[in-house]
Design a protein around this ligand. Structure first.
Ligand code: FES
Length: 362
């Protein structure tokens, strides 16, 4: 049972700076302090972000929006950024990135989770995450932002790519953005138009907003270069699977439309041909651990499997928060297959796999 309310725990979190300094200088262990803090409230921690589920609502047949209240350690988060959400199942910790569709000053955030066929974590979250539960989040990352320049804005989303765009759109309209905005959301079929009611209500309230949907599962429903050319807008923000984003960016540039372009894609990393599956030795220098590993999984996954908790965000090589020094050995970039062997060069753990024995400054 919590001794403090979450509101009070958030207040306490603001006053923990002296303890943070003692931990940073090695006088206290953060894990020990956290053990005590969690007795006061299950979400209270020194630095890590924990949040309580406040509400859940279905916003499409296959998408659930969850509202969470954070513990006071989520600082400077913005709608349109992404956070890693962690859940433990059968003693194994899983993490996935989701976009922030709303961030409020009192520590409330909203995330939207799309059901992935066969997706272990998404199904677990959609079916079992209950109001009142406390879960851990990573720090927010991502640079998606509403265009600073004047002019009409075109938002293109496919699938769950609607989530960061919705966060930015809500804030821009609330701030009084008055130039024309067109949002096109491409989904596979009827019923997948996430937040459709809210978007229609926004369009009814804001004469400068137009919302359209396209159904890629229907003949002629997929966005084409000609359709993109006919959509108004000087500044383009788009988000969706890698193929959708790359194609639309190409059409936009080929058409010489100028203005600004921001794009984010969330497809999993391309799977390269499997590397040598022989056992390799991984040495994590700062934690003094030496473990066996393999040449296929990322160093981030292998470090986590060894009980370490390296800082990370996107797990896709984008945010740089998992950057560490390679002290010795060779690593392979899981996206390109390129090898890196220079000692003391920074590498991103989430997209680097060992290519033989390696030593990492972790
Ligand atoms: S976790 Fe974002 S770059 Fe590795």
């Amino acid at each position: 049972m919590a001794l403090l309310s979450l509101a009070l725990a958030r207040h306490v979190a603001r006053g923990l700076q002296p303890l943070r300094r003692l931990c940073a200088s090695g006088w206290l262990r953060e894990a020990d302090v956290d053990l005590f803090l969690r007795l006061l409230h299950p979400a209270l921690r020194l630095n890590r972000v924990f949040a309580r589920v406040e509400a859940r609502r279905w916003v499409a047949d296959d998408m659930l929006a969850i509202e969470l209240r954070c513990n006071g350690n989520a600082r400077d988060w913005r709608a349109g950024q992404h956070v890693q959400l962690y859940l433990e199942q059968d003693g194994v910790r899983h993490g996935r990135s989701y976009s922030l569709t709303r961030v409020t000053d009192d520590g409330r955030i909203e995330l939207a989770i799309k059901r992935q066929p066969g997706g272990r974590l998404s199904n677990l979250l959609l079916d079992r995450l209950a109001v009142g539960e406390v879960i851990e989040l990573g720090q927010a990352f991502g640079d998606f932002a509403w265009p600073q320049e004047q002019g009409a804005v075109l938002l293109l989303a496919a699938g769950s790519g609607i989530t960061p765009l919705l966060g930015l759109l809500r804030e821009a309209l609330a701030r009084g953005f008055a130039a024309p905005v067109t949002l096109l959301h491409q989904v596979r079929r009827q019923g997948q138009q996430a937040f459709a009611e809210e978007l229609q209500a926004l369009a009814a309230r804001h004469a400068n907003l137009q919302v359209r949907w396209a159904f890629s599962g229907e003949t002629g429903g997929r966005l084409t270069a000609a359709q993109l050319a006919a959509l108004p807008g000087e500044h383009l923000l788009l988000c969706g699977p890698r193929g959708f984003v790359e194609q639309a960016c190409g059409w936009w540039r080929d058409a010489g439309r100028g203005g600004s372009l921001q794009a984010e894609s969330f497809s999993p990393l391309p799977v390269l041909a499997e590397a040598d599956t022989d056992e390799v030795r991984l040495r994590f220098a700062r934690s003094g651990q030496q473990v066996s590993g393999n040449g296929n999984a990322s160093l981030l996954e292998q470090a986590e499997a060894s009980g370490l908790r390296p800082a990370h965000g996107c797990r896709q090589g984008i945010c740089t928060s998992c950057t560490c020094l390679l002290l010795a050995g060779t690593v392979r970039d899981l996206r390109s297959g390129e090898l890196f062997a220079e000692p003391n060069q920074p590498i991103r753990l989430c997209v680097s796999a060992p290519h033989g024995d390696v030593e990492i400054d972790l």
